[in-house]
Design a protein around this ligand. Structure first.
Ligand SMILES: Cc1cc2nc3c(=O)[nH]c(=O)nc-3n(C[C@H](O)[C@H](O)[C@H](O)COP(=O)(O)OP(=O)(O)OC[C@H]3O[C@@H](n4cnc5c(N)ncnc54)[C@H](O)[C@@H]3O)c2cc1C
Length: 475
């Protein structure tokens, strides 16, 4: 019997798990996919939003601003790549400048600090590649960038190091009330029992709520497509540059990523299903909007494209707190943007609510810092050599583009939550995320998975399930 079961291993489930282990509680995470970070948390802009966009008084505004304030410290504790690079919303002419003013006022009311409206000359000092007809901009110095998959994986890993148990491939398909709480079941018949359940199932959260008898909201899908530029473009922009937001979201942005690439996108396309395919016309739409903000964007350096799906609620705000229809079921549903930013605040808020309900005391043995959190590449040459002297695997490069060492890959295979697929290694180490997109390192990663887990070649998968890399048997 668990005290709390979290359904969903995205960034929201991860932050809830981590915060819950700060109490004396037995915590489980049930994730439908073979690995954590399988949904929106792995395909988004990675922006730590300042908080000027969310409607005043909304949960989005409250958790965004609070999450933004907490993000740097959380990233420090977890060893996650984060940079406080600041953001700019640019305007062209009087009509857009009026909207910029409204954003500024909204930001002040939401509690965002340091906001300034800058004229063309001041903007040019911040960014040299802005389009000629940009007339002014809203500068938010508290904006930042974070590696979203590293954040999710590190938070779950830290929760596991503190005692949480992860149940991958556990797609919750039934729930029933018990004397002391809830029993949930997976398709294969496995069951888990918990005093309370946290619904952090992203796009699946309305479906999960219905299993508990709560049909009070729906979740819809809005796809966002991106282009990712090579690291050789580093420095093209230093801040996250947005156009004005619309009813469909924050609009297209051009931003450095926490890993040194440049990201251009996303689109905003209503979909009937969870669809992460990318479209040619999507790229045309992105280019038109990005070119209105910046000149000479080096599109020749695109190394990959991808799409993520925003799971937004029919209530058009985050749904956070205990269900009115199912006692002991706590929702974190409809967490579209700025959910990544808000995640540390949502995790803390729900953990406090659950601890309060279960009269749980603080866990004196809780370690906020993740084991081996340092990022090898960012260490000084002396520190790297020191590690290599103790562990020679750190002296062998496996992924040339991203300079990922064998030591880091072995760590990803052995550290909570363990990688057991090619994409699992990629998300944890960046092996395969560079210019050649895995052309060079993938066979080595493949072999390491076989060696570590005793897999036969035809058992190795790209991302679990039936995504086998080799079919037809070994030669
Ligand atoms: C295009 C795009 C851009 C974005 N940009 C930003 C940004 O720049 N900044 C920002 O702050 N936010 C951004 N967001 C929002 C942010 O990505 C999300 O708010 C956040 O990732 C949501 O996390 P989650 O854990 O709720 O959902 P997810 O990451 O989707 O996780 C939900 C998990 O639940 C699992 N699940 C579903 N059903 C079940 C079931 N029945 N049983 C077990 N498990 C189940 C899924 O497999 C999944 O792993 C963006 C989102 C998108 C799509």
């Amino acid at each position: 019997m668990f005290d709390a079961i979290i359904i969903g291993g995205g960034v929201i489930g991860a932050m809830c798990a981590r915060e819950l282990t700060a109490y004396r509680l037995k915590v489980a995470v049930a994730e439908a996919a073979d690995d954590v970070c399988a949904g929106a948390s792995k395909a988004n802009s990675g922006i730590v939003h300042a908080g000027f966009d969310a409607p005043c008084g909304s949960k989005k505004a409250k958790f965004n601003v609070e999450g933004n304030r907490r993000m740097e410290q959380v990233c420090k504790e977890l060893g996650v790549r984060y940079e406080n690079n600041g953001s700019l919303v640019v305007a062209h002419g009087a009509e857009e400048e009026q909207k910029l003013r409204e954003l500024y006022e909204r930001g002040l009311e939401n509690g965002v600090t340091g906001l300034q409206i800058l004229d063309k000359t001041a903007l040019a000092r911040l960014e040299e590649n802005l389009a000629e007809d940009v007339t002014s901009g809203l500068y938010a110095p508290t904006g930042g960038i974070v590696c979203p998959f590293q954040l999710t994986i590190a938070a779950i890993g830290n929760a596991m190091d503190n005692g949480a148990q992860l149940f991958p491939s556990f797609a919750v398909c039934a729930a029933k009330r018990t004397e002391s709480g809830w029993q949930i079941a997976a398709k294969d018949g496995r069951v888990l029992e918990g005093k309370v359940v946290l619904n952090c199932a992203g796009y699946g959260s309305a479906q999960v709520a219905r299993l508990f008898g709560d049909a009070s909201f729906e979740i819809r899908a809005r796809k966002g497509e991106y282009m990712l530029l090579d690291k050789s473009c580093k420095g093209f922009v230093r801040h996250t540059v947005f156009g004005l937001p619309t009813a469909a979201g924050k609009g297209v942005l051009v931003s450095p990523t926490a890993d040194g690439n440049i990201l251009v996108g996303p689109t905003s396309v209503e979909e009937d299903t969870y669809d992460t395919s990318v479209r040619r016309e999507g790229f045309d739409q992105i280019r038109e909007k990005a070119d209105a903000m910046l000149k000479n964007i080096p599109y020749r350096e695109v190394i990959t494209s991808f799409a993520g799906v925003r799971a937004y609620s029919s209530r058009h705000d985050f749904i956070i707190g205990e269900s009115e229809y199912a006692e002991g079921l706590f929702h974190a549903a409809g967490i579209e943007s700025p959910g990544l930013t808000a995640s540390p605040a949502i995790g803390r808020y729900l953990a406090e609510a659950v601890a309060d309900r279960l009269h749980a005391k603080k866990n004196a043995e809780f370690h906020p810092e993740r084991k081996s959190a340092e990022w090898f590449r960012q260490l000084s040459r002396e520190a790297q050599n020191e590690i290599i002297r103790k562990e020679s695997a750190y002296g062998r490069i496996v992924c040339r583009c991203e300079e990922v060492t064998l030591g880091e890959i072995l760590q990803a295979l052995r550290q909570n939550p363990r990688a057991h697929t090619i994409d699992g290694v990629k998300l944890r180490t960046r092996a395969g995320m560079g210019r050649c997109q895995g052309g060079f390192c993938q066979p080595s990663v493949f072999n390491l998975l076989m060696k570590e887990y005793g897999y036969r070649a035809e058992e190795v998968t790209k991302n679990g399930g039936k995504s086998f890399v080799i079919t037809g048997g070994e030669i």
